[in-house]
Design a protein around this ligand. Structure first.
Ligand code: FES
Length: 375
C-alpha cells in the first residue's frame, strides 16, 4: 500500500533486522523481520494490520505502508511488497536491502481486523486481488490456528497462472487444513478452459461464486453455505472492493460484516450515498493541523470536506479518501457535518465527535475542526 500522505502523523519506528528476503513473482517479493525480545510489546499486533517502512530511495526518505502476512502467533513481521515499476522506491528496497541489514519499521497499525471467536462455528469468506492477498493470509492463518471450528473460503484473482504471489504458502495452508479451507483461483488475462475461473472478481462473479461454490451446506441441509457466512474480508483495488462489497451487501450480508482494506487512493464511495443534502454556500472552516491554525472558505458543500481542503492546497493527511484508512481522522469542535458510512470509526468514536474529513459533508455555515489528535 503506497503511503500517499502529504505529511504524516507521528509514527513510532524501531530498527529491526531483516531475517529473510525472497522474490515470489516477477514483481512481488517478501521481507521477514526479527522482533528482538526487548521490542516484543511494541510489535504485538492483530491479523490484518500493517507496518510502515522508512528507507532511503533516490536520496529521499520514503515511508510506505505494507500489510503483514504473518499471523500474531508466528512472532515475526513478514510483508509482501509489489514493485510497481522499474524505478519505484520498492524496487530500490528490493535491490539494496540485504539479510542482516537493519531497517526502520513502525509499530503495527490498521483496523482491517475482526474479533477472534475460538469457540464458535463460523464461516468466513475472503476475496483478494493480486498483492491484496497479504492481509488475508495473516487473517486466514490466524483463524485456522485459533478457531478450530471455523471454515474459510478464499476467492483469489490474478492476471495469470504464472504470477500468483504466496501460492506456495496458500498450498501449504490448504494441505494442512483441507477440511476447513477451500481456495479458488481466478485469472483476468489467461484462458484456463472454464469461463467460471476467467475474468475479474466483480459483482457478476460473486453471483456465480454463490451459485457454484457456496450452495448446499453439508453441515445444515436446509441452508446454503452463503446463508451461513459470518464475515467477509476483501482486499485489492478500489474498483474490486466496491463491486464485491456491494454484491455481498445486495446478497444479504450486513455492511458491518463486510470488511475491506484498500491498497490505493480511491476517489469514490464504496457504497452509494443514499441521502440528498441541502445546499450550503460560502462555508467558513477553521482547523488545526500539525500545530498550525488555518482558515479556509469552501464554495459549497457539494464536495466532501477533505477534497475541498486538498484542492485549496492544505497539507491534510489522507490515503484512501474512502473512509477506510483513518488518515484524515479529526475532531469536529464546532458546527455540523454529516458523516457518511465508513469502515474506520467505531460508534463510540463517532459519539465522541470524531469524524473523517473524506467522508464528511458540511451542514452548517461555520465549522471548526482539529486534526491534531496525537499531539
Ligand atoms: S483518507 Fe482514508 S479515511 Fe479518510
Amino acid at each position: 500500500m503506497e503511503n500517499l500522505l502529504p505529511k504524516t502523523r507521528p509514527i513510532k519506528f524501531h530498527w529491526l533486522k531483516l531475517a529473510k528476503k525472497q522474490r515470489l513473482t516477477k514483481s512481488i517479493f517478501s521481507l521477514e523481520f526479527e522482533i528482538p525480545y526487548s521490542l516484543k510489546p511494541n510489535f504485538t499486533f492483530e491479523a490484518g494490520q500493517y507496518v510502515t517502512l522508512k528507507y532511503l530511495s533516490n536520496g529521499a526518505i520514503i515511508q510506505n505502508d505494507f500489510s503483514m502476512t504473518s499471523a500474531p502467533f508466528e512472532d515475526k513481521i513478514s510483508l509482501g511488497i509489489k514493485i510497481n515499476y522499474d524505478k519505484s522506491s520498492s524496487k530500490d528496497l528490493f535491490d539494496n536491502l540485504e539479510v542482516g541489514d537493519f531497517l526502520e519499521v513502525s509499530e503495527p497499525r490498521g483496523r482491517f481486523t475482526i474479533v477472534s471467536k475460538p469457540h464458535e462455528f463460523r464461516t468466513i469468506i475472503g476475496f483478494a486481488g493480486g498483492i491484496g492477498i497479504t492481509p488475508l493470509i495473516s487473517h486466514f492463518k490466524n483463524i485456522l490456528h485459533n478457531e478450530p471450528r471455523t471454515r474459510l473460503f478464499l476467492f483469489y484473482g490474478n492476471k495469470n497462472t504464472q504470477d500468483i504471489p504466496f501460492k506456495n504458502e496458500l498450498d501449504e495452508l490448504h494441505e494442512k487444513y483441507s477440511d476447513r479451507l477451500q481456495i479458488q483461483y481466478f485469472y483476468s488475462q489467461e484462458k484456463v478452459g472454464n469461463g467460471l475461473f476467467e475474468g475479474r472478481l466483480n459483482e457478476k462473479k460473486v453471483a456465480l461464486i454463490i451459485n457454484q461454490f457456496l450452495n448446499l451446506d453439508d453441515t445444515d441441509e436446509e441452508s446454503t453455505i452463503w446463508d451461513a457466512v459470518d464475515e467477509v474480508l476483501i482486499c485489492g483495488k478500489g474498483e474490486m472492493i466496491k463491486s464485491i462489497a456491494n454484491a455481498c451487501y445486495h446478497h444479504g450480508i450486513p455492511k458491518k460484516n463486510i470488511h475491506f482494506e484498500l491498497f490505493e487512493e480511491f476517489n469514490e464511495d464504496i457504497y452509494p450515498i443514499e441521502k440528498e443534502f441541502a445546499l450550503i454556500e460560502n462555508i467558513k472552516v477553521d482547523f488545526k493541523l500539525f500545530k498550525h491554525q488555518y482558515a479556509a472558505t469552501l464554495k459549497n458543500n457539494k464536495v466532501k470536506l477533505l477534497q475541498q481542503l486538498l484542492i485549496q492546497g492544505f497539507p491534510v493527511p489522507y490515503s484512501c479518501k474512502s473512509g477506510i484508512c483513518g488518515s484524515c481522522e479529526c475532531i469536529l469542535e464546532e458546527g455540523e457535518v454529516e458523516l457518511l458510512e465508513n469502515e474506520y470509526l467505531t460508534e463510540t468514536e463517532e459519539k465522541s465527535g470524531k469524524i473523517l474529513a473524506c467522508m464528511s459533508v458540511v451542514l452548517s455555515k461555520n465549522i471548526k475542526v482539529n486534526f491534531d489528535l496525537n499531539f
